[in-house]
Design a binder for this molecule. Structure first.
Ligand SMILES: *Cc1c(COP(=O)(O)O)cnc(C)c1O
Length: 350
């Protein structure tokens, strides 16, 4: 018996009315309106399917597209309204132990929010002086583990051997790897799914697929944990993904050439930008994400942040322990980054 099973929230989910694929039925089972939406909506919705109807609650078309794309079976994929929704559902589903969950002290700032929301106790494990996760910190008994890879906001990628090590020491709890930025130059932990049925990998269409506005996130894991997630989701809101998102997400997965091309542009720009930063006496960890996390050897981050803002260049400043002299700068187009470098050049040398 796997001990992590004790901490799964057991629920009997709400069952929504059937949404048949066959359009030839007289469909009077879910109180939908028989008339079309307003004409303007109709014009825009050409590709999007029938907006009158509730979407497929399982988002089957999108789940299948993701499963095919990843070489998984459909019962290994869960989809949600952005990975924030997927992660929130995962906290609710898997982190129900009386022991604290573990995550890094410097990490995605939503984790402690969900933990507080769901009254999950947690311990933050300090990154080392180079901002790296120390796998040994995650060995003690806990109620679950979550970390992003690459980590945010540092951009630092952890080796799969270290993730394997964390998994080997945590077989009694669910371990979540948040791969929001993995497409920008990391190796996904997907291959570890064959060895670990307690691993959940979460990815998103928001960053690498340029679709933050469409709100699609997904999780990959063993069928048993995907089923547990779906049970909680159906007990909360059956129709999380809307019809346009389901269709647009499916289409995006067919455009591999464009996807690769955009990723290359961003990673090339990132590498160019890193060199420019070094030239201006900034240093940053080796980011494998679509942002860099930088500090200057002389000028305070907050001042740079405010000066950039005054010039209508917005970057992210976190007024938090250990990182309050850093800026997180997203990688824009080459032109945007050149404009930012021009600003920095002027600011640093004035
Ligand atoms: C952006 C981000 C997410 C959430 O993105 P969604 O738009 O909700 O998919 C999750 N985790 C990390 C680490 C992120 O940076």
């Amino acid at each position: 018996m796997k001990k992590w099973k004790n901490n799964i929230r057991q629920v009997v989910p709400y069952v929504p009315g059937e949404q048949p694929e066959d359009r030839n039925v007289i469909k009077l089972n879910t109180n939908e309106n028989p008339y079309p939406p307003a004409p303007g909506v109709m014009a825009a919705r050409e590709q999007i399917g029938d907006l009158r109807l509730y979407p497929d609650p399982a988002a089957g078309q999108l789940v299948k597209a993701i499963a095919d794309y990843k070489g998984l079976s459909e019962d290994q994929v869960f989809v949600g309204v952005g990975s924030d929704d997927v992660l929130a559902m995962s906290f609710m589903t898997f982190f129900n132990s009386d022991k604290p969950i573990f995550f890094p002290d410097i990490t995605y700032s939503f984790y402690d929010v969900w933990a507080d929301l769901f009254r999950i106790s947690y311990e933050r494990k300090a990154l080392d002086d180079d901002f790296c996760i120390r796998p040994g910190d995650y060995y003690p008994e806990n109620g679950g583990v979550i970390f992003p890879n690459p980590n945010a906001p540092t951009g630092i990628l952890m080796d799969l051997s270290d993730i394997r090590d964390i998994l080997e020491h945590n077989q009694d709890v669910i371990v979540i790897v948040d791969e929001a930025y993995i497409d920008f130059g990391g190796e996904s932990a997907q291959e570890l799914l064959t060895d670990f049925d307690n691993l959940l990998i979460v990815q998103t269409f928001s960053k690498s697929r340029s679709m933050a506005g469409v709100r699609i996130g997904y999780a990959m894991g063993a069928p048993e944990i995907i089923r547990a997630l779906n049970d909680v989701k159906y007990s909360f809101n059956s129709y999380t993904l809307n019809q346009p998102s389901i269709v647009l997400g499916t289409v995006s997965l067919r455009e591999e050439g464009y996807f690769k091309e955009t990723l290359k542009k961003i990673t090339d720009t990132r590498e160019w930008f890193k060199k420019e930063l070094a030239r201006l006496n900034f240093s940053c960890p080796d980011s494998r994400a679509n942002f860099v996390f930088v500090t200057h050897d002389r000028l305070p981050a907050r001042d740079i942040f405010e000066a950039a803002r005054a010039k209508n260049i917005y970057v992210r400043y976190f007024n938090k322990p250990r990182i309050d002299n850093y800026l997180r700068i997203s990688i824009g187009t080459m032109d945007e980054m050149k404009a930012f470098v021009a600003f920095l050049e002027e600011y640093v040398n004035h």
